[in-house]
Design a protein around this ligand. Structure first.
Ligand SMILES: Nc1ncnc2c1ncn2[C@@H]1O[C@H](COP(=O)(O)OP(=O)(O)OP(=O)(O)O)[C@@H](O)[C@H]1O
Length: 476
């Protein structure tokens, strides 16, 4: 039977499939179509120039072996690049490039640029010349490990981040999900991993992106009809850091695309780092299959820093900025701004600014004035401890009893109310709430919240409890 382009390519594919991972095969070979066989040259069509470059970079030897096996020693491979975004949409523009002729490719690229009138055809995700692929990592050099102060509140997350930075993709912390309330250092820690990887492995491609920007890029790629290139761009990253992943909630299309990118990176031993203001279990409107991926590696929580850590953070910042500040002012700041390190830093910076404008020493009076702006806000952020205290006082119980294992109905209800208000009034995860209220798990907290919701509807007395406690907490 005479050989056709289809039959030759099919045999090549069988050979290739046996030699690479299933994921790589699906990504890079399934989209290829055999176009023509003439003499000993097989033409295959690929979806983009980027695709062609990737094949040449990573699979040229494999392609050569497969083709030589099928056609013989003088076999030649010709790429036909499908350019779907052409000015004339009816007729896709194609470009032919023989295999392994990169110098040739350069001149061809020029030809494309002049042939196409629409400059937007240039792929926004591709930096030309894959050999020298340089992607700006978008990392903030101030957010290194050296400026991240260690404390009880962040020890696990920090150690896991360091382990990942030492061996990206090589630990079981993949993905590494750093979660916690607002301004507690998630972004800082994620950048620290990226910076450390760049330091230790300069050849690795690291990219930091916010989930919001990722979503915008994805929408743009759909609009410009280059979604494949968008995906392929992300699939070549070695360490991908996506900040505020909870912002993907409700965005099904972007979740789908992220799912594919995630799978590809994970299967190829690349590292994924995610940050979120919620634990996976609390994320809403995120597809189950994606949530379960998030739980594959390690979810490390950043808790609110204790006084000692807050003091160290202030001292560290003052030291780095070369500023002196009286001890009592430092203590005042650390004691009064508790729940958000960004606010703590903000107060510190205002204080330094005030003192330099007024050319006066930083005094405790000045600190009180500045802190007022922040304390109001932080007062609104009620702590779990405070809620437990208010609920216990209301029912005239000791906090230890509220936290105990007892199943007495009135104590169970008090405990459930403490859990309910902690969920409602703080940024803590169900896991963190459970941990602080009698070392319960997140399922118990979830159950408590549902029970309180139901009881409020069916039991007038209970509804009164909820309203009273709510009022007390808002007044406090
Ligand atoms: N342990 C720490 N040591 C030193 N600085 C810290 C620490 N934790 C947080 N910071 C500082 O606090 C500020 C806020 O941190 P970051 O932006 O990382 O918070 P975030 O958790 O990502 O906040 P958001 O929820 O708003 O995204 C940053 O300037 C960061 O450097």
């Amino acid at each position: 039977m005479p050989k056709t382009a289809g039959s030759v390519w099919k045999n090549c594919l069988d050979f290739i499939q046996d030699n690479i991972s299933n994921q790589a095969y699906k990504t890079w070979f399934e989209p290829i179509e055999a176009v023509k066989l003439a003499d000993n040259s097989l033409s295959i069509s690929v979806p983009s120039k980027f695709f062609y470059e990737w094949l040449e970079e990573h699979y040229v030897d494999l392609l050569k072996s497969a083709l030589t096996k099928e056609i013989g020693r003088g076999a030649r491979l010709i790429y036909v690049i499908r350019m779907e975004n052409t000015p004339d949409k009816q007729k896709a523009y194609t470009e032919k490039i023989p295999s392994s002729q990169r110098s040739h490719v350069a001149s061809q690229s020029v030809e494309i640029a002049t042939k196409q009138k629409n400059p937007e055809l240039k792929n926004p995700f591709i930096i030309p010349g894959i050999r020298n692929l340089k992607i700006d990592s978008q990392l903030n050099s101030n957010y290194g490990f050296e400026s991240f102060v260690e404390g009880d509140s962040n020890r696990l997350a920090r150690s896991a981040s360091m382990a990942v930075a030492n061996k990206p993709g090589g630990t079981s912390f993949n993905p590494l999900l750093i979660f916690g309330g607002v301004g507690l250092g998630k972004t800082h820690l994620a950048h620290a991993v990226g910076l450390e990887v760049k330091e230790k492995y300069p050849d690795k491609t690291v990219l930091y992106i916010s989930a919001e920007k990722f979503t915008q890029q994805h929408i743009e790629s759909v609009r410009k009809n280059n979604r494949n290139d968008f995906i392929h761009f992300y699939q070549i990253i070695d360490v991908l850091i996506v900040d505020d992943i909870q912002l993907l909630s409700g965005k099904k299309g972007t979740q789908d695309v992220f799912f594919h990118i995630f799978n590809h990176l994970h299967q190829n031993g690349k590292q994924v780092i995610l940050t979120s203001d919620k634990a996976p279990v609390d994320m809403q409107e995120i597809e189950q299959r994606l949530l379960s991926r998030f739980k594959w590696g390690l979810s490390a929580e950043l808790l609110q820093p204790d006084l000692e850590t807050r003091l160290s953070i202030i001292q560290n910042k003052l030291y780095r900025d070369g500023v002196d500040m009286p001890e009592d002012v430092i203590n005042y700041l650390a004691e009064n701004i508790q729940s958000n390190i960004r606010e703590l830093e903000g107060a510190l910076i205002s204080l330094i600014a005030h003192s330099s404008f007024s050319r006066s020493d930083v005094s405790i009076e000045l600190a009180e004035q500045v802190v007022k702006n922040y304390v109001k806000k932080s007062k609104k952020q009620i702590s779990i401890d405070h809620i437990q205290k208010v609920v216990s006082d209301y029912f005239q119980l000791d906090v230890e009893i509220l936290q105990s294992k007892t199943r007495k109905r009135n104590i169970v209800q008090a405990r459930q109310l403490a859990m309910f208000f902690s969920k409602k009034m703080t940024n803590n995860s169900l896991t963190a709430i459970g941990k602080q209220i009698g070392k319960r798990d997140h399922a118990t907290v979830l159950h408590a919240c549902k029970t309180v919701d139901n009881l409020q509807l069916t039991n007038k007395q209970f509804k009164r409890f909820v309203e009273d406690i709510d009022k007390k907490l808002k007044q406090s």
